[in-house]
Write a protein that binds this ligand. Structure first.
Ligand SMILES: Nc1ncnc2c1ncn2[C@@H]1O[C@H](COP(=O)(O)OP(=O)(O)O)[C@@H](O)[C@H]1O
Ligand SMILES: [Mg+2]
Length: 199
């Protein structure tokens, strides 16, 4: 079966082949090629490593292969993309699961780095997180708070009719270690943002 291109993003092209996803990082012509290659390799390696580490912690695709070719082959999660369907789904229940997943990854000191509903898929009543291309390790309150703050902004932009309800559920259910400090820090980040908008 031939490769079916299902998405061309800024960083990667995604192909579907034999019910597997191939995530192929694209060459960036504006980068010096030797550095570009290094960067693509290290992002690919780090993404596959983090997904593997989370395998038994939250729902993530299984890594089938990741090699030196700046390419990851992984399980195809054939479900509903939350970015397209959240409003039509049981979104309150889903937000609880989102909060639960984030709690678990933050307790591993993993920051997702791009928590948007485009990177979440509903399948068999489970919320899979994908796209750990920007993920990294950190124990910092600030990094965990920023991770959540970016999710809030993504919800507000993409799901503006329900985002407040969703955000409240996520904050109520998020229970990572030191969550009180993390929630405090989110408020501080929000007020920094407002200050910036004003002046
Ligand atoms: N394992 C997967 N199962 C199903 N769809 C996937 C999978 N990985 C990626 N996709 C689809 O491809 C899109 C882009 O992949 P992603 O890993 O998010 O790359 P990018 O860094 O370009 O956002 C996702 O939003 C999703 O629709
Ligand atoms: Mg993505």
């Amino acid at each position: 079966m031939s490769n079916q291109k299902i998405q061309q993003g800024a960083e990667a092209i995604i192909y579907l082949k034999n019910n597997e996803i191939i995530k192929d990082r694209i060459k960036k012509s504006y980068r010096i090629s030797i550095l570009d290659e290094k960067l693509r390799k290290s992002r690919t390696k780090s993404e596959a490593k983090i997904i593997n580490k989370l395998q038994n912690i939250i729902p993530v695709p299984k890594i089938i292969k990741s090699d030196e070719k700046q390419e990851i082959v992984m399980e195809y999660i054939n479900g509903e993309k939350l970015s397209e369907n959240l409003e039509q789904l049981e979104y309150k229940q889903i937000c609880k699961q989102i909060a639960n997943n984030i709690t678990k990854i933050h307790n591993q000191n993993i920051i997702h780095g791009d928590l948007t509903t485009s990177n979440m898929i509903l399948k068999d009543n489970k919320i899979y997180f994908i796209d750990f291309g920007l993920a990294f390790h950190s124990q910092k309150i600030e990094d965990k708070a920023v991770d959540l703050h970016l999710l809030q902004q993504a919800l507000e932009a993409k799901h503006f009719t329900i985002w407040q309800e969703c955000w409240k559920i996520i904050l109520d259910d998020y229970r990572a270690d030191k969550y009180k400090e993390i929630l405090q820090r989110i408020k501080a980040i929000e007020s920094r943002g407002r200050y910036k908008d004003k002046y």
